[in-house]
Design a protein around this ligand. Structure first.
Ligand SMILES: [Cu+2]
Length: 238
């Protein structure tokens, strides 16, 4: 058994689940339930911040000092498939991100005044003991890695173009972008987390992209670069 999926991890963690005693169908059901619970846990962790109990509109809970801040939670999960317009998790390089490897990512408001954003990433079934550079990008995934657009930036680099993405460290840095570089363990699983000093406004990321490089460059002229796009996860608004 080479790779661990979310299912296998969930089975390992949940002693009530004896995988060998369940049919494949039942096990998949349990597996989906496991991911659902994990997602729900993320949402619950965010909900007390996003919904203080009085009023239900974004306007009502947006703090005055962040007049355009809207508490937005984004979530995405799935197992990677080859490029397919209907898939939310796509691998462009199965040698580095195998088909059926799994991913779960979330982003949500944080802080008493909703002025921050916390992002989390969990992967399973990738290559063992390897770093992967990971960022939030502006658009949803497509059948080509370029479909995800450039990195999401809080303050957008005015010098960036589609042909020449931002490589100015003033803009291309992990405090103005959302970087979730992750390193896998011996089983190919890993987690990462980032806390950003900004909230989403009228813009928000559309996807999480995994790059070929093991970490994201930070030097001037290279900042934010991480090699080819090897996989993508589309994020959806909660
Ligand atoms: Cu990227």
């Amino acid at each position: 058994m080479g790779r661990l999926s979310f299912c296998q991890i969930h089975d390992k963690l949940d002693s009530d689940v004896a995988a060998s005693k369940h049919s494949v169908a039942k096990r998949h059901t349990r597996c989906r339930l496991g991911i659902t619970i994990a997602v729900a846990g993320t949402v619950l962790a965010i909900t007390p911040v996003a919904n203080p109990g009085h009023g239900s509109t974004a306007t009502a809970i947006a703090p005055a000092s962040y007049g355009h801040a809207v508490p937005v939670s984004l979530i995405g999960s799935g197992t990677f498939s080859l490029p397919d317009p209907t898939s939310k998790a796509i691998t462009y390089n199965p040698a580095l991100v195998p088909v059926d490897a799994a991913i779960l990512a979330s982003m949500g408001p944080s802080g008493a005044d909703y002025s921050r954003t916390v992002g989390t990433l969990t992967v399973a079934g990738l290559l063992p003991n390897r770093g992967y550079a990971v960022h939030a990008h502006t658009k949803p995934c497509g059948t080509s890695g370029t479909d995800a657009g450039p990195h999401y930036q809080n303050h957008v680099d005015p010098a960036a173009t589609p042909q020449k993405p931002s490589t100015d460290p003033f803009f291309a840095n992990p405090h103005n972008e959302i970087w979730l570089d992750v390193r896998t363990d011996a089983a190919g699983g890993g987690t990462s987390r980032t806390a950003e000093p900004f909230a989403f406004t009228d813009r928000m990321p559309g996807s999480i992209v995994i790059h070929e490089a093991m970490s994201t460059a930070t030097a001037p002229g290279q900042a934010g670069q991480a090699g080819a796009r090897i996989a993508c996860l589309t994020l959806s608004r909660e």
